[in-house]
Design a protein around this ligand. Structure first.
Ligand code: PEP
Ligand code: MG
Length: 750
């Protein structure tokens, strides 16, 4: 292999472009391309490996290795040197490949005679598509210049693959964005739906990776970068000069936009024959690769800035992007990297589903999706690089799966499932106005969780007896500045009006941890979930909480008022918080406002410590609601936001049920009404077990009320309690298997 000059590199790209325009099937084209690269780079072997599925690579074309091995040789992601390049998206450059750690000998290829190996990832905006490899007999490391040349070629191959240039027989050569794909993710909101993809932020497609005239491309790049710099300066000028954080972010942003290194690298890529947009994309891919490897959160965010700038540049150069004018399909399924609650509210309830590449179950966008009963899948890795506007998509929100461009058998099975669910909905509607009374005669009160005025119509449609948890922070989160007391009072008043004589339990502001108000200074904390959040903020800086309490008192005006404080960990926190509301009552009275007819002050039990609080706490609280989402995370020391550990511990674990039992006893002792308002209350199996353990009120998403009531009405809670206790005595970890066996052995099936 000889040194690749810029002229040679351009010549090679020119020939690749001719290939792109040439007739013929993808396989022939790919064969000619490997030949061209080997020839131009004067190397003995050039091979292209492409992904066959998410974790298998296939040798799709080669010059130099045994042609019989094409489409036969495969390796898993991470396996051998090729698999390592694909996995790490980093170059492997070795003078003596067979001696390298992880080298996998593949006799069918005949590669054992080649000593040196250079593999570069074929990637597009951080998505790995395959690996381009050159090999030669001579034992030597490739020079920086040679690596660079191969990277430029790999970039062009990535764009060609994206454009379907290698379309052919077999999975690995199937056109990108046309084959069926399934993704596993986390369940943000159960439910199934079928629709068409609508991308929140459509990807830019580079149709001309190779530049004709480097000077013209350079000029295009410079003009686009100049325009970008002007727009960043403009953003800085119009930024809020009091907001130091925003200014800081924009300043870093400007620094990147003016970075000489960034510009120099893109100019060098253009000199080697890439078009301006391909050069930007190559930089972006590199930054994404680095992003995935940087452990430091601060640095990752800075790389994110660079990514964002590249996106803006690409939009500028191609005229594509958010304003593509793509029409919203009739059955839109929103696909996005992440989405904020405000943006989601703008889309409204018309969405059939939401799939997020990142996101988390506890995010506020997720809470809104749940309130609207829109199926939501989070953490669907890879969906963004595959999905195109208008693609057919199925969401299986019960299993946490997404099927993109599904095959007919998958789609048919899915439709059968939808039909069965529609029947179930009819059943739930028929019992909507009936009480949730078990077979043994215990009535459980079913309430719904809410947080927005738009949720209130569900009170009627779900048959809920009231709102057991109104998350007031949503009203704060969807605004870009602190709401005024009068605005809050108006909102709470509307909520109480819509609920009529049904009870609404307002939880005071629960911020901190994952819920950060955009207009409040962010606290850098080593562990925010265990940090300064919820009532801790309310007690230390009571201004906002007092304002909220005043708004609630005014909104109630003569009606009963139910208020509960979140995240109480010890008695004095509750006592102090309660004193605040009593003080505000006295103040409002002095000011001549009509006071609530009754005041009920409760606490959320979300930390294990509160289960062991002094008896006086249980006597003082007018009611207690178990916030199972947080209680579980602290009980098991398993972050509720972390998909890796979230599901590791079962709610029906004997230890957790024993904790619940302890709380039930303590509340019974002081006759303190107790409810459960975490997500588990809405899962039918968990719900009947809680009821069997003695919980008489459950608060859940509106969509869960039908399924929970249906199961409760068919359950003998006394028998179930026996099943649970027998299982507990037997030394099992979770009572779930015993409960499931018992349900199956009954004359009806769950
Ligand atoms: C809980 O922790 O269970 C709860 C209901 O509160 P949130 O999910 O809003 O933290
Ligand atoms: Mg909580």
């Amino acid at each position: 292999m000889v040194q690749q000059s810029e002229t040679e590199s351009r010549k090679l790209l020119g020939r690749l472009r001719e290939e792109m325009a040439s007739e013929g099937a993808g396989q022939e084209r790919l064969d000619r391309i490997t030949h061209l690269i080997a020839d131009s780079m004067q190397t003995e072997v050039c091979s292209v490996y492409l992904f066959r599925d998410n974790d298998t690579l296939e040798l799709c074309a080669t010059e130099g290795l045994n042609p019989e091995a094409v489409h036969q040789t495969r390796m898993r992601l991470g396996e051998g040197l090729v698999g390592r390049v694909a996995k790490t998206r980093q170059i492997v450059n070795s003078a003596n490949a067979p001696q390298e750690r992880g080298f996998r000998f593949m006799p069918e290829t005949g590669e054992e005679v080649y000593s040196s190996f250079l593999g570069v990832p074929i990637q597009r905006v951080g998505q790995a598509l395959g690996v381009l490899v050159v090999q030669s007999k001579e034992a030597r490391e490739y020079s920086g210049d040679e690596i660079y040349a191969l990277e430029v070629v790999a970039m062009v191959l990535a764009e060609m693959a994206e454009l379907g240039a290698f379309l052919g027989e077999g999975d690995a050569l199937a056109p990108l964005h046309q084959r069926a794909f399934s993704f596993d993710g986390g369940i943000g909101q159960e439910g199934n739906s079928e629709g068409r993809v609508f991308l929140h932020d459509p990807r830019v497609v580079v149709t001309n990776p190779i530049g004709d005239d480097p000077d013209a491309e350079l000029e295009r790049l410079r003009a686009a970068v100049d325009a970008l710099r002007v727009s960043v300066d403009e953003m800085l000028r119009s930024a809020d000069s009091d907001n130091a954080e925003e200014l800081q972010v924009l300043d870093t942003y400007r620094m990147f936009a003016n970075s000489k290194g960034w510009m120099r690298r893109m100019e060098a890529d253009i000199a080697r024959g890439l078009s301006a947009e391909a050069a930007v994309e190559k930089e972006q891919s590199g930054a994404r690769g680095r992003m995935s490897r940087v452990p430091d959160a601060y640095l990752r965010e800075r790389l994110q800035d660079l990514d964002d700038l590249s996106n803006r540049l690409l939009r500028q150069l191609t005229g594509q992007g958010r304003e593509t004018g793509a029409e919203m399909p009739d059955t839109p399924v929103l696909v996005a990297r992440n989405i904020g609650p405000g943006e989601l509210l703008e889309y409204g309830r018309g969405l059939r589903g939401i799939v997020l590449e990142e996101g988390s179950v506890g995010s506020h966008a997720a809470i809104i999706a749940r309130a609207w009963a829109i199926p939501l899948i989070v953490n669907a890795k890879g969906i963004l690089s595959e999905a195109l506007n208008g693609d057919p998509i199925l969401i299986d929100g019960d299993r946490g799966q997404v099927h993109l461009r599904p095959d007919e058998p998958v789609a048919a099975a899915f439709r059968d499932k939808l039909a069965m669910q529609a029947k179930a909905q009819e059943r739930y509607a028929s019992i909507r106005d009936l009480p949730a009374t078990s077979k043994c005669g215990t009535t459980v009160n079913l309430y719904m969780n809410a947080g927005l005025i738009v949720d209130l119509p569900s009170l009627k449609s779900s048959g809920a007896e009231g709102v057991g948890l109104f998350r007031t922070e949503l009203q704060f989160l969807i605004r870009n500045k602190m709401p005024k007391r009068s605005e809050l009072a108006q909102t709470y008043n509307r909520v109480m009006d819509s609920a009529g004589d049904k009870r609404v339990v307002f939880r005071t502001l629960d911020i901190g941890s994952d819920k950060v108000l955009p207009y409040m200074k962010r606290q850098e904390e080593p562990n925010p979930a265990l940090g300064w959040r919820a009532i801790r903020v309310g007690l230390d800086k009571p201004g906002v909480m007092r304002m909220q309490l005043q708004a609630l008192i005014r909104a109630a005006a003569g009606r009963p008022l139910w208020v509960m404080f979140p995240f109480i960990a010890q008695f004095n926190e509750f006592r102090d918080a309660r004193q605040h509301i009593l003080d505000e009552m006295a103040r409002e009275d002095r000011l001549g406002h009509v006071l609530p007819e009754e005041l009920h002050v409760g606490a959320m039990l979300e930390t294990p410590s509160l289960a062991f609080a002094p008896r006086q706490f249980y006597e003082m609280a007018d009611f207690i609601s178990i916030g199972g989402n947080d209680l579980k995370q602290f009980f098991y020391a398993a972050d509720r936001e972390n998909e890796r550990v979230r599901r590791r511990y079962d709610t029906l674990n004997v230890s957790f049920l024993t904790l619940i039992e302890q709380i039930v006893w303590r509340c019974a002792d002081t006759k303190t009404p107790l409810s459960f308002c975490g997500e588990d209350a809405g899962r039918p199996i968990e719900a009947i077990c809680f009821a069997a353990m003695g919980l008489q009120s459950l608060s859940m998403r509106p969509a869960s009320i039908g399924p929970v009531k249906h199961l409760l009405r068919r359950t003998n809670l006394e028998e179930l309690r026996d099943v649970i206790d027998t299982a507990r005595r037997s030394g099992v970890q979770s009572v779930r298997p015993a409960v499931m066996d018992w349900l199956r052995s009954s004359d009806w099936v769950v």
